[in-house]
Design a protein around this ligand. Sequence first.
Ligand SMILES: C[S@@+](CC[C@H](N)C(=O)[O-])C[C@H]1O[C@@H](n2cnc3c(N)ncnc32)[C@H](O)[C@@H]1O
Length: 252
Amino acid sequence: MTGPSATFGFRDVDAAEKAGMVRGVFDRVARRYDLMNDLMSAGVHRLWKDAVAARLNPQPGETILDVAGGTGDMARRFARMARRAQERRGGADARVFVIDYNGEMIEAGRQRGGMPEICWAVGDAQALPLPDASADAYVISFGIRNVTDIVGALKEARRVLRPGGRFLCLEFSRPVTEALRAAYDAYSFKVIPEIGARVAQDRESYQYLVESIRRFPDQRRFAGMMGEAGFSQVAWTNYSGGVAALHTGRAI
Ligand SMILES: C[S@@+](CC[C@H](N)C(=O)[O-])C[C@H]1O[C@@H](n2cnc3c(N)ncnc32)[C@H](O)[C@@H]1O
């Protein structure tokens, strides 16, 4: 390796190569992405995402970013909730941007069907195609662990948020008990790559996903990175005993 390194699953790779490698993974899984999420989590990812949308509480007229938004699973929830709030109380349409650097994921999302409030864009979480202080809320769900420069992406989130704007990050995290950690490890290393092999004919990509979860910082360390990037009111909520966690903060 010549330049700075980055993690790619359990491997250390050239930082300059990581983005292309991650893009390759999501190119390969895009078509089966939504089905695989349901199979791997027995549908539980939907409950976590519903809980995040409820915490976000999208409002009419807001500009909401679903960064690394993939097929727009979160964005659809936000658009629906903002529309319901608008039907009750009036106000302008919300705008929800799905930004993902993988055109295949965006295309799979478009084919699943859009909503008029949703705009789809190919873009990088580390260099968002948006002006400073232009968004009311920024959400990244199961995306940040794939990004090469995590603190860089967090600073970029802060840049595009208005002062006081809400930041929410849903990510796999560290189960809080030893017993749960052991059960979760056994499940994720044995079962998930096997489901990937059978359903998506792609064991390797799902092996990467599992390894990338293990390499991702735990709840406290990630909260520290948010502080380093300049967020205030940093806090987290564990879901399913810490298998996933929602980190929240405010742009200053
Ligand atoms: C596991 S998927 C999550 C998709 C969606 N947010 C969800 O919760 O279902 C991760 C997504 O992150 C995207 N991604 C990875 N690195 C990125 C980056 N630097 N900028 C934008 N998107 C990125 C991938 O293309 C992929 O669509």
